[in-house]
Design a protein around this ligand. Structure first.
Ligand SMILES: C[S@@+](CC[C@H](N)C(=O)[O-])C[C@H]1O[C@@H](n2cnc3c(N)ncnc32)[C@H](O)[C@@H]1O
Length: 298
């Protein structure tokens, strides 16, 4: 959960500005650049053939890096994104690879016109990888995207993991306790404030971090969801959770990676050791910042 209110234009502008740096930050890996979203792509590359999918819609396709990888696997893929800057990068990339730039286009996932445009019940799988954390009216997005999946097909959607905040032991942990454990208690404001003050005292760093390295969370609206309840929330869209996969692990509280450059490397190396192989490990519920839910449509 970020500190910012939803503003679609701010998100579009942010991604437009960021579009030429996006691939480098997201998919390139080094000793201190985790490149954790590459694992989201690797998980999808493995999953879609396992599920027997051929036709795929990539919602929030960004710079089309994932779409290109899926095309190379022989899948039939289209995509859309509401940032013209990201789509421009993607179209250039498709052209450089002698592929049709019209495979991707500018569209908003909350606009119901996308259902008729892309075709109701027409894809073996709809993938929403990294887009939903930026969407406030997520019910609208689920309604539109699930309508595009063929009956018996798959809705594969990624979320920010709200539960990670419990293990970071910082201001996000305090905010998690407030939102989920203290605010719902039937007590008066004074007691609630006293409890919150107590929680802050129990945590050594209740005010940090001010910024998260290279994160949209610093600047625009970003929602987080609960991996324990999301399957239930998706049922009303005719979707049934069949799997959950975690990625972007935090092997220990990220604040500790700031102890030294050596610890930064240890953090990245050990966090990576969880990826793919342990995508279904129970620790993911608490240590991964992101997760993919695989649902079958009725
Ligand atoms: C984290 S990026 C993910 C891009 C790509 N799926 C990937 O895995 O690299 C999120 C993308 O969602 C797009 N997005 C956010 N809200 C959207 C909306 N309402 N409609 C369409 N695209 C949206 C952003 O413009 C951005 O390109």
């Amino acid at each position: 959960m970020s500190d910012h209110h939803f503003d679609a234009n701010a998100t579009i502008e942010w991604y437009d500005r960021y579009s030429d740096k996006y691939d480098e930050d997201t998919f390139q890996q080094s000793d201190d650049n985790y490149g954790g979203d590459l694992y989201r792509l690797k998980l999808i590359e493995k999953l879609l053939p396992e599920l027997g999918c051929d036709t795929v819609l990539d919602a929030g396709c960004g710079t089309a890096e994932p779409l290109l990888a899926l095309l190379r696997q022989g899948l039939t893929v289209r995509g859309f994104d509401f940032s013209p800057g990201m789509i421009r990068q993607g179209k250039n990339k498709l052209l450089e690879n002698n592929l049709d730039p019209d495979l991707i286009e500018v569209a908003d996932v909350t606009d119901e016109a996308i259902v008729d445009h892309f075709g109701r019940n027409s894809f073996d799988a709809v993938v929403a990888n990294g887009i939903l954390p930026y969407v406030e009216d997520v019910e609208k997005a689920h309604t539109n995207l699930s309508a595009l999946v063929k009956p018996g097909g798959y809705y594969i959607s990624a979320y920010s993991n709200e539960l990670l905040d419990l293990s970071t032991l910082n201001r996000f942990t305090v905010a998690f306790h407030k939102r989920n454990f203290i605010d719902p208690l039937p007590i008066d404001q004074e007691s609630s404030a006293a409890l919150l003050g107590g929680i802050e005292k129990l945590i050594t760093n209740p005010d940090v971090p001010k910024n998260i390295y290279k994160s949209a969370r610093n600047e625009i609206y970003l929602r987080a969801d609960n991996p324990l309840t999301i399957g239930n929330e998706l049922k009303k869209f005719g979707l049934h959770q069949i799997d959950i996969l975690f990625y972007k692990y935090h092997a220990f509280p990220p604040l500790l990676s700031e102890l030294s450059d050596e610890f930064k490397k240890i953090f990245v190396q050990n966090s990576r050791s969880y990826e793919i192989e342990r995508a279904k490990d129970w620790r993911g519920y608490f240590l991964a910042s992101t997760f993919i839910v695989v649902c079958r449509k009725d």
